[in-house]
Design a protein around this ligand. Sequence first.
Ligand code: DMJ
Length: 641
Amino acid sequence: MTTPALLPLSGRRIPPLNLGPPSFPHHRATLRLSEKFILLLILSAFITLCFGAFFFLPDSSKHKRFDLGLEDVLIPHVDAGKGAKNPGVFLIHGPDEHRHREEEERLRNKIRADHEKALEEAKEKLKKSREEIQAEIQTEKNKVVQEMKTKEKKPVPAAPIPNLIGTHGGDPEDNDLREKREKIKEMMKHAWDNYRIYGWGHNELRPIARKGHSTNIFGSSQMGATIVDALDTLYIMGLHDEFRDGQKWIENNLDFSVNSEVSVFEVNIRFIGGLLAAYYLSGEEIFKIKAVQLAEKLLPAFNTPTGIPWAMVNLKSGVGRNWGWASAGSSILAEFGTLHMEFVHLSYLTGNPIYYKKVMHIRKLLQKMDRPNGLYPNYLNPRTGRWGQYHTSVGGLGDSFYEYLLKAWLMSDKTDHEARKMYDDAIEAIEKHLIRKSRGGLTFIGEWKNGHLEKKMGHLACFAGGMFVLGADGSRMDQAGHYLELGAEIARTCHESYDRTALKLGPESFKFDGAVEAVAVRQAEKYYILRPEVIETYWYLWRFTHDPRYREWGWEAALAIEKYCRVNGGFSGVKDVYSSTPTHDDVQQSFFLAETLKYLYLLFSSDDLLPLDHWVFNTEAHPLPVLHLANTTLSRNPAVR
Ligand code: DMJ
């Protein structure tokens, strides 16, 4: 799902990029150089003062040292027997007096020596040039940073790696397919190489301006979203040098202790999903460690009266809040409902049930709520636990919630029956109230708004074709045939939305209104931002039916992307798919590398690459292995994984 925050329409201002070095919470590391210099001067003046004052101290023979058994203290020599007010003051008389005098002298000498040494050191420091002092401070800073990094890399307890089948290969059977697959790989190289040159470390790339790009979903810091999102695609395409390059960047630079407010959903699907997939595919521990570190930073988002997380959380302070545009301060269904897969894997890998508990709590709460017409509204207030506006969609704001119900069941090796039931109930209501056939015979999924069906379908909703076929097996009353058919109809409609444009690329959303069918009407809906959903559906349809039309349609889309979206500095979205002279939006979205190119590559590979009975793709196309366990195991006994 993508919330309007991702869209240029949202009107939200993008926070300025933080181009400075990463900030660390350690106080010493954050002192500025000039402050250090001043402190040093004050310190040396203070030491000089103490040293001078030492010679003006009153005769210390009037003091006696007394061991209280806890620590050494100096006490005044007064006669407690004559009206002493202080019960803590004691007298020492007799033969011990000489010994105490000697001890006192020894201490005095030691203090004098320490002061002299400190003074010498301070003088030495002041002899140094400003540059030398700065260099010393920098070395000290680096040491602190290094120490913190080592501390952060604490290992995560080992969990048995599930059955990983089909992480390599997928060589297609004939030459034509092999060439197509190679072409997709070349497109990936072009996207990656340009990001590597012009946007490295930034979240995304501006391929025309040839510089980094970001949006508010990633907060204000450079978190290398494209690197993390692209890793598993690089891996399965066999681009191992590029993969290692990305890994190194993650090892040395990916830092979550930043004062930055991010989208919990986006960071979960792109970063945690991407890191977990990279971990499972490559076995490199660093990805698991980083995924767990990040997940810990997201947990404060769940501190709401209901346990429904905020949409955004500040990674440093843990303060959460919701999007200003969301109905009545609500959290978004597709955001808080798209955490399950990643969080269950986190509990599995760490043995810590907290992640599992958080997402199961959301599920239980949703189960208890009344649903108008059996439909889930897109908005839920995390303070009151009440629905916001009655708006239901299978596109933006709702989409991946339904996807994750199905995938929770699939990734539990089909044992999470509760999730399957919720999925079946939800799609029955959707079919009844939202899915219609146009006059021209195109099946579409509309949007339900306050009791009214809007005959508009978003590009995002096109993913549902794939979802219906993926969920066909195991459907209620064995309606597998029906759902295969429904998935195929959605694929056809979405293909039509591409075919009816000048560029053969689909608009952001399209209408079914009288004579208008599968065409965008408003100018603001005519853009294509390299989205994957239609190609994703072609791929699922291909896997389940092997009907060659899906490979043909996928190839049409690939050629159109190559022709109209490719620029010298990467790939860009286009502003109007109905205009034969495209204007570029100058953004190479990270999901283009994570999803669009991955689904295309898989479409021209054989089915033994990431087989669907062993892998479940998260909503950002990051493959996670099926876990062979009962879903209750994680909460009841974390030791048994
Ligand atoms: C991706 O980030 C994910 O697929 C998400 O679920 C929906 N939107 C984008 C791509 O369009």
